[in-house]
Design a protein around this ligand. Structure first.
Ligand SMILES: [Fe+2]
Length: 609
């Protein structure tokens, strides 16, 4: 037996992944255990969980892999500092203590954190190699082009190459400070969202605006070439030398200073969001066309934070030159932990790779699960009122009734998802046909910004009836935005609403999951990856004729997705959620004793993201 532990840490989204004899056994993000969103500390809890899942201890590990090379990253910081001295001194000083204390002594730190039991080899891969490995090795492709895109690793900000059998090779890269991830993050910052977490919101805001700044961006901020590579004009940015993303010159170009976080969103922010989205898609399309012709491959694997731009992914799928595309669901830095572990197994040890359909990611359901008995004892201890079902089909029938009755249901079943999206195991679900559901869920359950739409889950076999999926109808990881099919759309008076009110207009037969531009971030549910959710949705479809539900992550704004039954119960009681499902147990809010959980207190523990 060969056991390999992969770790990503000290930047954002720390995580651990365990690969045993080539099989992905477990993977989880540290934030789920510490309850600190995007936790970047050493992933001690995630490691402990992974080992426990496999019944191993640190002494049993054969290799530990770390997802980037700290010395190269240090070199980048130093060189950037020197290039921008003396103005870069402030950002340099801010970064230094962590580097001197932890990152440059990483092997010692890792051994210490593992309790001294691990004495074998620690392997460091380059950041983009980790992303590339996470994209290619679990994919269903024998051969594929690989493209990685993010903010920055050591020096690379994007790379491409190929994977074949058990080997990957990255042949080209784009280097810091020229970065699509950082360009997008600069606009995230400028529009008043939080860098490294608000990018998703910016993408969701884009359909409200007009891309009127596109030319201004292309003419001033970057020099974009035919192959998708580019150079940023650094006079507009401040991330090399200062503590902000954008410079005063950026303010002048875009009509004033950045939006203050949490202040009202104006037309300018919507138009900026639409514009940077359009520029991003243009860069992505040029890149994939170039990667296609340079590699001659027909399949593409994607990873890196930019691969979470599901609107861009949708265009790559629909309009791009590749036949098939597979995207690592943990596309951000958490996925690097999985990548480095697989890299050690295949590339370093030369182990053969068996290609499996639909993929080797196991639905990304790689986290902890809980038994009914432990759930019952937790609930008994809290005095909760619950109904246990011995027959899961009866439980499904009851749930279908509750969903039809427009109840909001917290669904906690099976293993927790690895990656930023909840895929039906730590999800809040509801009836997508409901006209009220969108605002109820945003304002009373999630406490998040009202402009953000929800995502649909749809039975895979019926997805094409509801969404224009173009060719490959498989979207198991909610990474692709597709238009709602024309015969599901309803006619709308285009002038009937403006600005953020556009979301209130009913545009389709599934209004709760239809964005203002008739798009939807689709997750297809199939029998192989999530049989249990598939069965529930089939029951709902049989009863109602609708194979679509809303799916949003089980958390409130700023809170990491719930991990344990306790987390789920607290979130249930801290919000207006009507129903909680914990494995084979149903709890109704109306039956619960008035809780000692103070809602204000519950919500105030999470910093707004
Ligand atoms: Fe990254």
């Amino acid at each position: 037996m060969t056991a390999i532990l992969g770790i990503s840490a000290y930047y954002h989204d720390s995580a651990a992944a365990l690969v045993v004899d080539g099989e992905i056994v477990a993977a989880a993000q540290e934030e789920r255990f510490t309850r600190i969103k995007h936790d970047h500390g050493f992933p001690g809890n995630a490691i402990e969980y992974c080992l426990e899942e496999a019944g191993l201890t640190a002494d049993d590990l054969d290799y530990v892999g770390f997802y980037d090379k700290p010395f190269l990253k240090f070199e980048r910081l130093l060189e950037t500092y020197l290039a921008f001295a003396p103005v870069g001194f402030r950002s340099f000083l801010k970064a230094m203590p962590l580097w001197l204390n932890q990152k440059l002594h990483l092997p010692r730190e890792i051994r210490r954190e593992l309790g001294g039991g691990f004495t074998k080899r620690i392997v460091f891969t380059e950041h983009h190699e980790s992303h590339a490995a996470s994209a290619f090795y679990p994919s269903p492709f024998e051969d594929a082009a690989i493209m990685t895109l993010d903010g920055v690793g050591e020096w690379a900000t994007a790379s491409f190459g190929t994977g074949s059998g058990n080997r990957i090779e990255l042949s080209h890269e784009l280097r810091f400070p020229h970065s699509l991830g950082l360009l997008y993050s600069a606009f995230t910052y400028f529009t008043g969202f939080r860098v490294n977490s608000g990018e998703y919101k910016l993408m969701g805001l884009a359909p409200y605006g007009e891309p009127k700044y596109t030319d201004l961006i292309l003419e001033n901020l970057l020099d974009l070439r035919a192959d998708g590579s580019f150079r940023l004009n650094l006079e507009y940015f401040n991330y090399c030398q200062g503590l902000t993303m954008t410079s005063k010159r950026f303010d002048r170009l875009f009509d004033g200073p950045p939006r203050q976080p949490e202040s009202p969103l104006g037309q300018r922010e919507m138009d900026l969001a639409a514009s940077i989205q359009k520029v991003t898609e243009e860069i992505l399309m040029r890149m994939v066309r170039h990667v296609h012709s340079a590699t001659g491959m027909s399949n593409l694997c994607l990873a890196g934070g930019v691969a979470l731009n599901c609107v861009g992914n949708g265009r790559i799928l629909r309009e791009g030159p590749f036949d098939r595309v597979w995207i690592q669901p943990a596309a951000g830095d958490a996925g690097g932990a999985l990548g480095v572990a697989l890299f050690v197994w295949h590339q370093l040890l030369g182990s053969q790779r068996e290609v499996v359909e639909p993929d080797a990611q196991h639905g990304s359901l790689l986290g902890p699960s809980f038994e009914d008995t432990s759930i019952a004892s937790i609930l008994d201890a809290t005095g909760a009122v619950y109904h246990h079902f011995t027959d899961p089909e009866l439980l499904d029938d009851r749930l279908v009734e509750l969903l039809e009755d427009e109840k909001v249901v917290g669904l906690f079943q099976g293993r927790m998802e690895f990656g930023p999206r909840a895929l039906g195991c730590r999800s809040i679900i509801g009836d997508a046909r409901s006209r009220a559901m969108q605002s109820v869920m945003n304002l009373k359950i999630k406490y998040r910004e009202s402009f953000r739409p929800f995502a649909p889950i749809v039975l895979a076999e019926r997805a094409a009836e509801y969404f224009d999926m173009a060719g490959d109808t498989d979207s198991p990881y909610m990474l692709v935005v597709s238009p709602v099919a024309p015969d599901q759309q309803l006619p709308v008076d285009r002038g009937s609403a403006i600005g953020l009110d556009k979301l209130k207009v009913v545009r389709s037969k599934i209004p709760a999951v239809t964005h203002v531009d008739y798009s939807a971030r689709v997750q297809t549910v199939d029998r192989v990856r999530n049989p249990r959710l598939h069965r529930l949705m089939t029951r709902f479809d049989e009863k109602t004729g609708c194979p679509v539900l809303i799916n949003t992550s089980f958390n409130v704004r700023g809170e990491p997705i719930v991990c344990t039954p306790e987390d789920a119960y607290h979130c249930f009681m801290g919000t207006d959620m009507d129903v909680l499902v914990l494995e084979n147990t149903i709890l109704l809010k109306s039956e619960q004793p008035m809780s000692e959980i103070d809602r204000e207190n519950y919500l105030s523990q999470f910093e707004l993201d």
